[in-house]
Design a protein around this ligand. Structure first.
Ligand code: 9MR
Length: 384
């Protein structure tokens, strides 16, 4: 598959959705994507609709990144809000935007317990959807979505967050999909995705699977899972480590690179798929509502330099492993981050501040990529 050939034809389709930014390389040699391109490392971001339509955000999205992941727009809840009634608008816009801007796409995500449509979860809960029907619906969902974007998705996060946060860790018996369909479903879903798009790289994606839990328990479980899938000849091509870090916990980039290398040693590609580094932020607002503006920060709040270090550490872990093909941040702007809405009192997790100025986190990535431009290239990363 040659993704570069697809790009030209998509420009016309994009005309309706926003500006087309000039091709890679011509927008400034020091953008993250241009620096990553020297060694064929794709630098990505999660994108939500405003990242593609707002003039300033879309310019950053196009100029800085060479791979996009839809933050929500390809999730089942969004694409099939009512049974049989599809809404592909957001997903189509993202794929068109990406192609018009010579970017690749990480499809996200096909099998997850979260962001499922109500009709599905309610039907299962009230017994109107049997386990056999649930399996058929999942098969249909994967086939419909993967076929729709066949040839246009570089990597698919086929299975997301299936492992327990415990020591020892294992596939969660209580997960929605596992509890209804058994662990055998994990092999089936990769096979169904492969049948629908034989050229897409198919990934297992999770958080804390490259040593971030300190104990390596979740890494061990992930390794066991992917080895088991490989031994069954399941078409799995990659492991995505999300990389959601929090400064209150530990982080060891050496362990991360060793763990990524262990996946690579099985013949898999690896990727950092959702990097961000959150921390507690003091606000002048005693209710601790999410930070929406830099002016909400108290004067004694100073950016913790560890955040830039940890971004850098994740990037270096990826750079140390030749099979690491992409490094994606989970959104680039603090104002759009999922963090304040999920972790009370935390934020400051991204590489651009709320006024869209680059932060030391951005500069750290830029410098490290600059230093790596002479390193060996990673290859074309297409499916063999
Ligand atoms: O960024 C996504 C946010 O907008 C949604 O509200 C949230 C729902 O759980 O999902 C976020 O993205 C998640 C991703 O799909 C999987 N890994 C964790 C991400 C952050 O929650």
């Amino acid at each position: 598959m040659n993704f570069r050939l697809i790009a030209a034809g998509a420009a016309a389709a994009f005309a309706l959705t926003g500006p087309v930014i000039a091709a890679e390389g011509s927008t400034g040699a020091s953008t993250l994507r241009a620096l990553g391109a020297h060694i064929q490392l794709h630098i990505g971001t999660a994108a939500i609709p405003s990242d593609l339509s707002d003039p300033t955000l879309s310019q950053i999205t196009a100029e800085q990144f060479s791979v996009l992941t839809p933050g929500n727009e390809m999730k089942w809840q969004v694409v099939e809000p009512e049974q049989g009634n599809f809404n592909w608008t957001g997903a189509d816009n993202l794929v068109n935007f990406a192609e018009a801007n010579h970017q690749r796409v990480r499809g996200h995500t096909l099998v997850w317990h979260n962001q499922l449509p109500n009709w599905l979860t309610q039907g299962v809960a009230n017994g109107t959807i049997s386990n056999d029907q649930l399996r058929d619906l999942l098969h249909q969902h994967i086939t419909t979505e993967v076929r729709r974007y066949r040839g246009r998705i570089w990597q698919w996060d086929v299975v997301n967050e299936m492992l327990a946060d415990s020591n020892p860790s294992q596939v969660k018996p209580t997960d929605f999909w596992i509890s209804h369909l058994g662990t055998g479903i994990l092999a089936d879903v990769f096979r169904w995705a492969h049948a629908a798009d034989p050229d897409a790289l198919l990934c297992y994606n999770d958080y804390n699977i490259a040593g971030e839990d300190g104990s390596n328990a979740k890494f061990n479980a992930a390794l066991t899972l992917v080895k088991s899938l490989l031994s069954q000849r399941v078409p799995i091509d990659c492991v995505g480590d999300q990389g959601h870090l929090d400064l209150q916990f530990g982080f060891n980039p050496i362990l991360m690179s060793q763990d990524l290398q262990a996946f690579a040693n099985l013949g898999l590609k690896v990727a950092i798929t959702e990097a961000d580094v959150r921390t507690f932020v003091e606000t002048t607002d005693s209710s601790q509502t999410p930070i929406v503006s830099r002016t909400d920060l108290t004067p004694n709040h100073t950016a913790d330099p560890a955040a830039a270090d940890w971004y850098n550490g994740m990037l270096q872990s990826c750079l140390a492993v030749k099979a690491c093909i992409s490094f994606t941040v989970w959104g680039f702007a603090d104002a759009e981050s999922w963090v304040p809405g999920t972790f009370a009192g935390e934020g400051d997790a991204d590489i651009y501040d709320v006024n869209l100025n680059t932060k030391p986190q951005y500069t750290a990535l830029q410098q490290t990529l600059s230093l790596a431009t002479g390193a060996p290239k990673r290859g074309d990363h297409d499916r063999d």
